[in-house]
Design a binder for this molecule. Structure first.
Ligand code: SF4
Length: 470
């Protein structure tokens, strides 16, 4: 798609604002302001999308509730990354038949990655007739228009065209609190890893204009946000579709010029697009957290090829060796899939071996979950789940041992941490995050929430650190 067609025209965006106004008028003609419930499943990108859905609902005159029985409008923003996530959503949809029976005017919407899957939309069309609106991630910016159709046509609306995807600027947003903010810098993915459903439900890669991102980050920094996370399915390929030579490292360097007491994080990264330039820029930028989430997925080259991950074990090790050289304090995390179709025990143990060699600070571990519509779902998969579980447990044992050792090394150190909330544990009433993103259970005064503080680490376990504010 030509760049000029990727950006949605201001006139089309304004039409959506007009639909919000029309719906607000409908709502105002009723006795009470409508309540909306937005339920989010899955990744940070979905959290960011839900904040825009809430922004649009707020512009329609809605207030918010987390009780389905009290809601006039319910939006389930779904995830398709694993079978388990989809089963949960169908369970929730089933439960909503009761709230709809109690309030026939209730409007139920299904959106997000799961809704974009044609077979899911068909199942909802046939078997979940209480669902009024189904739309995919690429249609999110048109939510006001789609909801207006539901109101005026008094019929069900489905919007799940398989489209390239565009970029909508200036959507209303309701952020959670004033400490952390999510800023999408790009959407979609062109990588087609053989197990992944994302490219089929989130469209092709498309970057926002750098100036728009810089303006949003500047606004957040001036508003006092302490942590800003840049989001994309693969942030490392940011800028490839721009009409100029401008990549992710250039964006980070430009953001770093913005004054303020804030930290920048980013996710997710694909090793194939990770560069020395990026690591040098991270090392040089004072606002960029020395934290990197770099999913390796497997330690076996044959399995990486079968996953369509265009790097090998040696390349991955070369990348993180350089990253650790220029950022010795780097906190490194990753994702690993065990039990990929055709993987042998020996190959799975190559992944365990890589984990022992790299010594990640933390690891997100998964047993392969076939996603209908992906190449991997059609591959021979002879190994029983019970055997994969044994490999998975060995992987987790190895990583837990490493995490415990790396956490123990923090004891006695003083770290600058962002105090971000209260806990219900009277011994450790506060929670915080180190610059590297490690969780700290904290003793201190809750007036510190939302600020950076020096914290002395007094204890640790596999999952977290413990400390007291200085
Ligand atoms: S890079 Fe990530 S989002 Fe893209 S296809 Fe691969 S796993 Fe999926």
């Amino acid at each position: 798609m030509e760049r000029k067609n990727v950006l949605i025209a201001d006139a089309d965006l304004q039409r959506q604002r007009d639909f919000e106004t029309k719906i607000k008028a409908i709502h105002e003609s009723r006795s009470a302001a409508p309540k909306a419930m937005v339920d989010t499943f899955g990744c940070q990108q979905n959290v960011a999308d839900s904040q825009h859905i809430m922004g649009m609902l707020e512009a329609m005159g809605c207030t918010f509730t987390d009780r389905a029985e009290d809601a006039d409008i319910i939006v389930l923003n779904t995830c398709a990354i694993r079978d388990h996530a989809e089963k949960r959503v169908f369970g929730n949809l089933g439960a909503l038949t009761h709230t709809k029976k109690a309030n026939p005017e209730q409007i139920i919407c299904l959106c997000g990655c799961m809704a974009q899957r044609p077979e899911v939309a068909e199942k909802v069309r046939k078997s979940y007739r209480h669902v009024d609106l189904v739309f995919g991630p690429q249609a999110l910016w048109k939510f006001p228009q789609l909801l207006y159709q539901v109101y005026t046509r008094r019929g069900r609306v489905f919007s799940i065209d398989d489209e390239h995807g565009q970029v909508a600027e200036g959507l209303p947003v309701v952020r959670e609190g004033n400490i952390r903010a999510w800023v999408s810098i790009m959407y979609g993915c062109n990588n087609f890893c053989s197990y992944c459903i994302v490219p089929y439900v989130r469209g092709r890669e498309r970057s926002r204009e750098p100036e728009k991102i810089l303006a949003e980050v500047r606004e957040l920094a001036e508003a006092g946000y302490k942590e800003i996370t840049l989001l994309g399915q693969n942030v490392n390929s940011y800028g490839k579709d721009l009409d100029r030579d401008y990549d992710f490292a250039d964006l980070l360097a430009a953001i770093d010029e913005i004054e303020g007491d804030y930290l920048i994080r980013f996710m997710s990264s694909q090793p194939k697009d990770a560069t020395y330039k990026l690591f040098d820029t991270m090392a040089r930028c004072k606002h960029v957290a020395k934290q990197l989430h770099l999913p390796v997925q497997s330690g076996c080259d044959r399995v990486l090829r079968a996953m369509n991950r265009p790097y090998d074990r040696a390349k991955y090790l070369e990348l993180i060796t350089y990253a650790r050289k220029v950022m010795p304090e780097l906190v490194l995390t990753s994702d690993v899939i065990i039990g990929f179709p055709g993987e042998t025990e020996e190959e799975a143990m190559e992944t365990v071996d890589l984990v022992k060699e790299v010594r990640f600070d933390a690891l997100f571990t998964f047993i392969f979950s076939p996603r209908p519509g992906t190449p991997a779902a059609k591959m021979d998969d002879p190994v029983p789940r019970s055997e994969k579980q044994v490999w998975f447990d060995r992987l987790c044992d190895a990583q837990n041992e490493i995490s415990a050792q790396l956490h123990a090394a923090y004891v006695g150190k003083t770290l600058r941490c962002l105090v971000d909330g209260e806990t219900d544990d009277s011994r450790w009433p506060l929670s915080a995050r180190t610059a590297g993103g490690r969780l700290v259970h904290l003793v201190g005064d809750k007036s510190a929430i939302g600020t950076y503080h020096d914290v002395t680490i007094t204890d640790s376990n596999t999952w977290a650190l413990f400390g007291e504010m200085n």
